[in-house]
Design a protein around this ligand. Structure first.
Ligand SMILES: CC(=O)N[C@@H]1[C@@H](OP(=O)(O)OP(=O)(O)OC[C@H]2O[C@@H](n3ccc(=O)[nH]c3=O)[C@H](O)[C@@H]2O)O[C@H](CO)[C@@H](O)[C@@H]1O
Length: 358
């Protein structure tokens, strides 16, 4: 989703991108309108142990880099991103990191993503930081790659999708609609039980309607389905298309989520967000006032949600759209830098050696 705008912008620069799908989640490029872009399927489904998935992705990709592409672009902080970046580093293929520099400065939150993104940034040649804050994080670590602040390509994808959707339906003022997603590994222990307990208590109010979008990971989906299944005003939904998710976000009065992408999208859509985590690598939305960190303790989630639902002025202030993560033009900026960088590189390799003559 976040690389589709980059692939399109690279094509507009006259470059010819190919897509690598690791198989971590089932994805069909045709659904994204990328029918004509060549696709390499690595066939590495997501695993319980993310480090094992990293190793499988690296091993599967290295043989394909024998005929080296001029650049390998990886995005984000997944085991797919690190596995692919390591393959690039090993094969001597330059690596660009889209969404570089996000940090909580706590390796356990989120785990394993914080460690994975630090490892990619430490060796990548091009670092595309979505914000100044992210760029400063990388500069502080002394990473040797070129840093460019571009905005997050997730906002490009969001705005492109919104432009194709019909206007949202007017809100039903007799109901408080809450959209919930959660999947972070650090919540797999007590966190999920606490979140479910808060939702069940919130749903004891018949004026509250909760849409819970289950994550593709069955560990999380089955557990939440078991904990939440018996309430008529909690609707459990399967993972859905981006368009459907945006529809649900726009209909919600409040979103409760631990998702990284939704932290970027909710401020842009003007939907108040309570983040189900103790720390975030995206503090910009806290500064604009569009989101608050509420952690995963049931009592806190409950009190913060009820407080907001009973305070229309604060809710309205949090519902003012803001774009702290990007203006929707990150991908063309990234593609322009890549085009220049590749041109400079090929000039350097083609220039005749200027060694001293005998
Ligand atoms: C620690 C962290 O923050 N890591 C993030 C992590 O991903 P995440 O936490 O953002 O993951 P999800 O919550 O699954 O959402 C992803 C997107 O999918 C959309 N969505 C969701 C449910 C659905 O049913 N249909 C949808 O269309 C939704 O709009 C959202 O934008 O990995 C990304 C890649 O490396 C990183 O970029 C990113 O840092």
């Amino acid at each position: 989703m976040k690389l589709k705008p980059v692939a399109e912008a690279l094509s507009k620069q006259g470059l010819a991108p190919a897509i690598i799908l690791t198989g971590q989640h089932p994805l069909a490029p045709e659904e994204w309108g990328l029918n004509r872009t060549p696709v390499l399927h690595l066939g590495c489904p997501g695993e319980e142990d993310p480090d094992s998935h990293v190793r499988k992705v690296t091993a599967a990709l290295v043989p394909w880099l024998g005929d080296p592409p001029p650049l390998l672009v990886v995005q984000g902080d997944t085991s797919s991103a690190l596995g692919a970046a390591l393959a690039g580093f090993m094969a001597g293929v330059p690596v660009a990191h889209v969404e570089a520099g996000l940090r909580t400065h706590d390796p356990s939150q989120p785990w394993p993503e914080e460690g994975y993104r630090i490892a990619v940034d430490a060796q990548a040649d091009l670092l595309f930081a979505p914000t100044d804050h992210a760029a400063k994080n990388i500069a502080r670590e002394g990473a040797p790659g070129e840093i460019h602040v571009t905005g997050n390509t997730g906002i490009d994808a969001l705005l492109a999708r919104v432009a194709m959707l019909p206007m949202p339906r007017p809100k039903d003022r007799s109901l408080s609609k809450i959209l919930v997603t959660c999947h972070r590994r650090e919540s797999w222990g007590d966190g999920l039980t606490e979140i479910a307990s808060a939702l069940v208590t919130l749903a004891s109010d018949p004026k509250v309607h909760i849409d819970f979008v289950l994550h593709p990971n069955p560990n999380v989906a089955n557990r939440m389905a078991d904990l939440l299944d018996r309430r008529s005003n909690i609707v459990l939904r399967k993972p859905c298309s981006h368009a459907a998710l945006i529809g649900l976000m726009r209909e919600a009065d409040i979103i409760l989520s631990d998702s990284g992408g939704i932290q970027e999208e909710a401020p842009a859509l003007g939907v108040p967000l309570l983040v189900l985590r103790d720390k975030t690598e995206r503090p910009e939305g806290l500064e604009t006032g569009n989101m608050r960190l509420v952690g995963t303790a049931a009592e806190n989630i409950l009190s913060e949600t009820r407080l907001l639902l009973s305070d229309p002025a604060t809710l309205a202030a949090m519902a003012k759209p803001a774009f702290p993560y990007g203006d929707g033009h990150a991908a063309p900026r990234i593609a322009a830098v890549i085009a220049q960088w590749l041109a400079k590189r090929s000039e350097l390799t083609q220039r005749p050696a200027t060694g001293r003559s005998a």
